[in-house]
Design a protein around this ligand. Structure first.
Ligand code: G6P
Length: 367
C-alpha cells in the first residue's frame, strides 16, 4: 500500500512526528523485556574478540556513525575508525584481522557505501549493517543484519531513520561493552533503562514544535548559519547544518564548539545566526565561554538547551529552544528533533519544496 501523508502537510513533517513511535519500535526489537539487557540477532562470530570497528556511511547516516564512535569508545573501549564511503573506498584503508566493519544506511543501496561493504568483505572483515530496508542489497550481504524499524521514509532529507539508527547503535555499543566485560549486568541494564526513556523525551521535544515554527522567521533571511555542538552533540551540529542546506538552501556549517575560534569566528557578525546545541552538564561552561566569544563580536545566538542550561545562559539570546533534561546518552536523539524542525519550518517560511529538494535524491545509486 502506498504510504500516505495523513493529516500532515509533508512527509518530512510526518516522519519527524513518528519518531517516538518508531524509536520505541526499534528499541523493542533489541531489548529483552524480561531482564532489560540488549539482545542481538544470532551471529556466527564472537563479538568479544573485536579489536577495532570501522564505520562507513554517507550523509545523515554518516553522522549517526560519528555519534556511535563516542559510544563504542566510551562504553566498549574499542577504537573506532570512521569515514565517508566515497573517501574510504579510494584511500587504501588498513584493515586488521578480526575487525568489524559497520555500514549504516537508510536505503541499503547507496552506491559508495555498498562498494565499501564489498571491499571490506573481500578484506575478510565481519560485516555488520544498520539498514532501514530489510530487502536491500546491504541487508543481503551482511553477516550481522541490524534493522531499524523506522518504516518507509519518503522525505528526501532523512529524519526518523537517523534517530532509529542511533537507537540501534547505542544498543550495539552497550552489547559490545557487555561482551567485552566492560559493563556488568547492572550497568548494561542502566544503559538500557536510559535508552527506554528516549521515546518520551522525543515526545517532550516535539511539544516545542510551535515555538520553533514561531522563531523560524529569524533564521529564514540568513545567508549563512553556524551550528555548534560538543562531544556526541557535535555530529548533531553537522546534521543541523546539513538539514538547513538540504531543504532550506541556507549555507550552514556545523563546527565543534571549541574549534570555532580556529576559523569560523572570523565570519561572525549580526547577520550570521549561531545555533548552539548544549545540554547542561560538565562541558556546558566551556560552551558558555564559546557563546561569549560569539556575543563579543556582535553575533546572535539561538541556544538549544534544557531548563538548567537556559536559566544559566539563555539571557541575551536571539531565541532559545527548550529541550527536556535527559541522560547524556540519549541527548543526540532528543536534540535531533529541534534540528529537524528548525530546518523544516525555515523551509516552510522560504516556500521551498520540503519533500523533494532541488538536486537531491533519496537514494544515491551513482558513485
Ligand atoms: C542521500 C539522502 C540523505 C541520506 C544519504 C545517505 O543523500 O538525501 O538523506 O542521508 O543519501 O543515504 P543512505 O540511504 O545510505 O542512508
Amino acid at each position: 500500500a502506498a504510504v500516505e501523508k495523513g493529516n500532515y502537510r509533508h512527509f518530512m513533517q510526518k516522519e519527524i512526528f513518528e519518531q517516538p513511535t518508531v524509536v520505541a519500535q526499534t528499541l523493542r526489537s533489541y531489548i529483552r523485556q524480561v531482564d532489560n539487557v540488549v539482545a542481538l540477532p544470532q551471529i556466527d562470530f564472537d563479538l568479544s574478540q573485536i579489536r577495532r570497528v570501522t564505520i562507513v556511511a554517507c550523509g545523515t547516516s554518516y553522522y549517526a556513525g560519528m555519534v556511535a564512535k563516542y559510544w563504542f569508545e566510551t562504553f566498549a573501549r574499542v577504537p573506532v575508525d570512521i569515514d565517508f564511503a566515497s573517501e574510504f573506498r579510494y584511500r587504501e584503508p588498513v584493515l586488521e584481522d578480526g575487525g568489524l566493519a559497520l555500514f549504516i544506511s537508510q536505503s541499503g543501496e547507496t552506491a559508495d557505501t555498498l562498494a565499501a561493504l564489498r571491499y571490506c568483505k573481500q578484506a575478510g572483515q565481519t560485516i555488520a549493517v544498520v539498514v532501514n530496508v530489510p530487502t536491500s542489497s546491504m541487508a543481503r550481504e551482511a553477516d550481522l543484519l541490524l534493522p531499524t524499524h523506522a518504516g518507509p521514509e519518503i522525505g528526501v532529507a532523512s529524519t526518523k531513520a537517523f534517530t532509529c539508527q542511533l537507537a540501534v547503535l547505542a544498543a550495539l555499543a552497550a552489547h559490545l561493552a557487555a561482551r567485552k566485560g566492560r559493563l556488568d549486568r547492572a550497568e548494561e541494564q542502566d544503559i538500557v533503562r536510559h535508552l527506554l526513556e528516549a521515546p518520551a523525551a522525543l515526545n517532550a521535544a516535539l511539544d516545542h514544535n510551535d515555538d520553533i515554527a514561531a522563531m523560524a522567521h529569524l533564521i529564514a533571511p540568513a545567508r549563512d548559519v553556524l551550528y555548534l555542538g560538543r562531544g556526541p552533540d557535535y555530529p548533531l551540529a553537522l546534521e543541523g547544518a546539513l538539514k538547513l542546506k538540504e531543504i532550506s538552501y541556507i549555507h550552514a556549517e556545523g563546527y565543534a564548539s571549541g574549534e570555532m575560534k580556529h576559523g569560523p569566528i572570523a565570519l561572525i557578525d549580526e547577520a550570521v545566526p549561531v545555533i548552539v546545541l548544549a545540554p547542561s552538564g560538565p562541558l556546558f561552561e566551556k560552551t558558555v565561554s564559546n557563546m561569549q566569544e560569539v556575543r563579543a563580536r556582535g553575533g546572535k545566538i539561538v541556544l538549544i538547551s534544557d531548563e538548567e542550561g537556559l536559566a544559566e545562559a539563555g539571557e541575551g539570546c536571539l531565541a532559545t529552544i527548550q529541550m527536556p533534561k535527559v541522560h547524556p546518552l540519549i541527548a543526540p536523539l532528543v536534540y535531533a528533533v529541534p534540528v529537524q524542525l528548525l530546518a523544516y519550518h525555515v523551509a516552510i517560511a522560504k516556500g521551498t519544496d520540503v519533500d523533494q529538494p532541488r538536486n537531491l535524491a533519496k537514494s544515491v545509486t551513482v558513485e
